[in-house]
Design a protein around this ligand. Sequence first.
Ligand code: F6R
Length: 612
Amino acid sequence: MCGIVAYIGHKNAQPLLMEGLKRLEYRGYDSAGMAVIGDDLQMTRAVGRVSVLEDLLEREPLTGSIGIAHTRWATHGEVTEANAHPHRDDRIGVAIIHNGTIENYASLKTYLQERGHEFVSETDTEVLAMLISELYDEANGGLETAVQSALREVRGAYAIAVVCEKEPGTLVAARKGSPLIVGVGDKEFIVASDASAIVAHTTQVFELDDYQVCKLTEDSFRTSTLENISVTPQIRQLEIDLEQIELGDFDTFMMKEIFEQPDSLRRTMLGRIKRDEGSVVLGGVLKFARDLVRARQVLLTGQGTAYNAAMVGQYLMEDLAKIPAKVEYASELRYRNPIIQDGTVLVAVSQSGETADTLAALREARERGAMTMGVVNVVGSSIARSTDAGVYLRVGPEIGVASTKAFTGQLMVMAMLALFTGRRRFLSVESCAELMGELERVPEMIERILEQNDSIREVAARYAERENWLFLGRGYNYPVAMEGALKLKEISYIHAEGMPAAEIKHGPIALINDGMPAVFIANKGPQYDKVMLNIEQVKSRGGRIIAVATEGDTEITKHAAPEDVFWIPQISDPLSPLLTVVPLQLLACHAAMIRGHDVDKPRNLAKSVTVE
Ligand code: F6R
């Protein structure tokens, strides 16, 4: 989604803002722009990559030490320079960048047109610029008051940064529903929608809450409500470092993050697994352990990859904790008028903690009386701040648009949550300790899978030209089949479907034609024999079998060519998704690169989907 970076301080703003924009590129965008105030307000915008904007700015630099910059992912209006941010008013030199959507922009626009304002774009953001300008009164609070007043008129979601030619020493930021962080430096501030644009400059930050406005000058800040009541934000230390958001020896963030998984999962488990006692320590849940243990239903929700992880979570909660569990897309749950009985625990799964549908579903369930829990990666994100309890993934910043290390982090947290609850219900110390021992070995098992990178690349090369693929699994590995298909389609633009292996007989088998790749997750688990039957059904119709199988399985190579098998170490079925997904991540990444795509910037996709 869109990205915001703004600067006020003593340095030249342009290079700093440009660096911020580059760090935000991973979020997905289609145009970019920058405005800087020096002697006057200067602005440059461009359609396409940030590098196009950079070229323009190299030829004609913007000078000044206060500025705003933006990457836009179109919502209102086409991808054109006129629709790119910043947007300006037509009177006093207001410039604004905005993430989110203003729902009542049409009626506001009519009102402003009646007052003589002339619009040049189709965006809701330009309406905000004009409204701020209309309400600006130098003698009465200036820009800060104008922003507060304008936002009181607005319905929708926003994170904004605003400057005004009339107040060249002021930057005003505000948020409702879209994240915004303020980095506090030495006589300088950086405001951004994402910590990655801040961390190179300072690690002291505070988040704005919904309906808060922050007025910044070079050496002071003031945070207030829309009604101008002062609030004191909590300054905290950012827990990410620069190395985590840089490529290092890798060509792409996606590949880097796939290879990071052994370490990221070690961090997820650190201090949380007490194998000798057969107990899991989850600090963010402890206060609500009784609610969880006595829950009558666990409802898990998320979108995309997070939904696939939540599906595994559903199985784990029923299997290990013996609590009825259900998974539902957040976008459906929020509008479906769901029955939330007394004793419902809602688990919201999200890497970013900002996904609009997941946040809304969580709020809906909370209103209806559910106890809410977050399984989130980004510390301090909206979902993390809106839940009663939660467990952070601790996998570090995920920059690759295709989620990889967050998925395995979510699976790991879900397994720990099921053990935490199960141990307090029916699971014995011994059964818990046994599964914990396996969890602790997962990082080194993934290291073994990663050693097959070259052979997985060869498989990708053999089939990368095929335009239709199937991913099939059963039980715990049905969600992994969904995830394998999602990974392939989002970065390689190959059509892929993931489904329960037995489902093919009910229609999709008609798709199978000569040489169509069918990826089976065929680990040694309770449904192994059934998966073999499904493999034969596909093979006998000309499908080409690619399999994920357990080391030492001699049967599988009778059904799939040995060079088309990816091997995983032996592991209990409930934990197998932690391993089976890894070769599928590599397969998708290689297929996309072989097809010549930029895996970190897939077309049309955004890292964090903060709009409906
Ligand atoms: C796929 C992917 C998306 C996200 C989804 C939810 O690789 O990244 O499907 O999983 O948009 O995002 P979060 O987890 O941030 O809520």
